[in-house]
Design a protein around this ligand. Structure first.
Ligand code: F6R
Length: 610
């Protein structure tokens, strides 16, 4: 959470920073700010609210920064006011700091400095970094940063400017991503929270590691460890065509990403299916078939939407590969002293690869000897560096805060993994081939759902006045219901609960009346009859029933107040087309209610705090 962008190279540093921040705004949008050197003096501009507020204030200020650091904030400590917006300064205003992460010992540090007579001007944890820099012993800037790093506990990606080093951007990080990029031709250099924020040019990029420090000048980057010893770090080339991000004519990134799903699902399986041997070949896996054969138990970790993908995958793994598999919410798992044996495989799912709880849960599992397989979208992210091996989603950048295409890519990759594990064990070639044929159908199935988007818009408009919804399903459709409810909540701020349909009668049915619509996902053949009985019970209480059912399901059609048909597929894969339909329903509901679709209130794309 929070986005950092810093630039040194030519006189238009402010403009470059704004361009970078625009691509990072998904990480937080409570306030934004920038500091830079204008005619040799350190100056700043800050604004509460979204980035355009900062742009307006910058235009008024007429600062011409030669180098600048900038920040878009997701508030953790202190309200989203202008005063709490980054950059923060030391008392003398010699140092400007932008920060992503949480300083765990900020209260003690603040208390200590207040005792020394230092005045603080914000409520943030970040300000202690700036004040500590101001108090750090004299010496070279690397020594000052080493001193500060040694005093801080918690997680941090920091970019700073110091008045004595106007030609240098200074950066350090611990447990939070920070990328240093250098254009080898022009010498322009940048710091960014993620590579999507970098301009479309060939760049040499380096990920800052644990407690590493970087000094960045035009045409030169130097790295140091926390003791101030020079480091030689490996650079990677980021091609100019690797980070293009635009809405491509869609009204919102979310809608564009929903409509990308036939392609992203195809990308998740293309080149990985071996039809001849009816199995899967994942590129670049560091684990061997023997490693996977030795697995006796699978634990699947994730948060939010990624956790829902894990729930669906756990069912598939147990059913098809006959391996005991359990999903776990990463933020809970990390504190429960989990029982892990050497034959436990931990699958960690994360679109961003940055989610603090998922990374911490992985570290806990690793410490207990588990093998870690990451399922991730972002190359080189923190999670992929912690894991023993990674399978990439290949979904391309997901900019909308609300996750859509990453979810269906996760489901696709996990279905491939299920097939791989099943074929290693008892599933025969013919059954494997049938599964592969079903996988090949997915892009077309999703396409047929997308073609019916206008019907979903009609439904969404019809029901957009309701303030509460129940999402019901059984088996995989229950987890799909959890995901559907999450999408509706986060986008339209409507209260929505996902529930196993059979559990309604044990309490929640008391809530039902004509003001509480029920959305039922009836795409699990194994439990279809039972679901229909549960829906009868809902209907008898007067609740409007919106049913998503397979084409040709006349029972659901006759029961439903409104029906949406999903093209037929197996129970194992039905979550994919049903989720695409429910994403569209949530999108159009939010559109009808006029909420901020790509950047819902209080949220951020990468949740890098616990
Ligand atoms: C919901 C959503 C979140 C994320 C969650 C985990 O639409 O996007 O629930 O799924 O914050 O994020 P990742 O997958 O990046 O670990």
């Amino acid at each position: 959470m929070c986005g950092i962008f810093a630039y040194i190279g030519h006189e238009k540093a402010a403009l470059e920073c704004i361009k970078g921040l625009k691509k990072l705004e998904y990480r937080g949008y409570d306030s934004a700010g920038m500091a830079g050197f204008h005619e040799g003096a350190l100056r700043f501009v800050k604004a509460a609210g979204k980035l355009h507020r900062l742009e307006e204030k910058l235009a008024e200020s007429a600062h011409n920064f030669s180098s600048a650091i900038s920040h878009t904030r997701w508030a953790t400590h202190g309200k989203p006011t202008e005063n709490n917006a980054h950059p923060h300064f030391d008392e003398q205003q010699h140092v400007a700091v932008v920060h992503n992460g949480i300083i765990e010992n900020h209260v003690a540090l603040r208390h200590e400095m207040v005792q020394q007579g230092i005045n603080f001007s914000s409520e943030t944890d970040t300000e202690v970094i700036a004040q500590l820099m101001g108090l750090s012993p004299t010496g070279h800037i690397v020594e000052k940063v080493s001193y500060v790093l040694g005093r801080l506990r918690g997680s941090m990606a920091v970019a700073l400017l110091h008045k004595d080093y106007p030609d240098t951007l200074i950066a350090f990080s611990r447990e939070c991503p920070l990328i240093v990029a250098l254009d080898p031709i022009t010498g322009q250099a940048m710091i960014a929270s993620d590579s999507n924020a970098l301009p479309s040019m060939d760049l040499d990029i380096t990920y800052l590691g644990q407690d590493e420090i970087a000094l960045i000048k035009k045409g030169e980057v130097l790295f140091f460890d926390k003791a101030g010893k020079p480091l030689h770090k490996k650079q990677e080339r980021l091609g100019h065509d690797m980070h293009l991000v635009s809405k491509q004519g869609f009204d919102h990134f979310m809608l564009k990403e929903i409509f990308e799903q036939p392609d992203t699902i195809r990308a998740a399986f293309m080149g990985r299916l071996n039809e001849e041997s009816a199995t899967v070949e994942f590129e670049g896996l560091n684990l061997t078939p023997a490693d996977f054969l030795n697995v006796k138990r699978v634990l699947i970790l994730g948060c939010g939407t990624s956790y829902h993908a894990g729930c669906i995958a756990a069912r598939l793994l147990e059913e098809y590969a006959r391996v005991p598999a359990q999903p776990a919410i990463a933020s809970e798992f990390r504190y429960q002293n989990p029982i892990i044996s050497p034959d436990t495989l931990v699958i960690a799912i994360s679109q961003s690869g940055e989610t603090a709880d998922t990374v911490a849960a992985v570290r806990e599992a690793k410490a207990k000897g588990a093998t870690i397989l990451a399922i991730c979208n972002i190359k080189g992210s923190l999670l992929t560096r912690e894991a023993d091996s990674t399978i990439y989603l290949k979904a391309g950048p997901e900019i909308s805060v609300c996750s859509t295409k990453a979810f269906t890519s996760q489901l696709t990759v996990l279905a491939l993994f299920g097939l791989y594990m099943a074929r290693l064990r008892h599933v025969g070639r013919d059954e494997g081939k049938r599964f592969i044929q079903e996988l090949y159908q997915l892009p077309q199935l999703v396409m047929s759902v997308l073609e019916k988007a206008p019907l979903l818009q009609e439904l969404a408009v019809k029901y957009s006045r309701y303030n509460h919804f129940f999402y019901l399903g059984r088996q995989a459709m229950f987890y799909t219901a959890l995901e559907g409810a999450l999408k509706l909540k986060e986008l339209s701020y409507i209260e929505a609960s996902g529930y196993p349909a059979g559990e309604m009668k044990h309490g929640p049915i008391a809530l039902l009346d004509e003001d509480l619509p029920v959305i039922a996902f009836a795409c699990n053949r194994q439990t279809q009859d039972k679901l229909l009985s549960n829906l009868q019970e809902c209907k008898a209480r007067g609740a409007p029933l919106i049913v998503f059912a397979f084409e040709g399901d006349t029972d659901s059609t006759s029961l439903a107040t409104d029906i949406f048909h999903i093209p037929s597929t197996s129970d194992a894969l039905a979550a994919i087309p049903v989720s695409v339909a429910s994403q569209l329903f949530a999108y159009y509901t939010a559109l009808a209610r006029g909420t901020d679709i790509d950047q819902p209130r209080n949220l951020a794309k990468s949740v890098t705090v616990e």
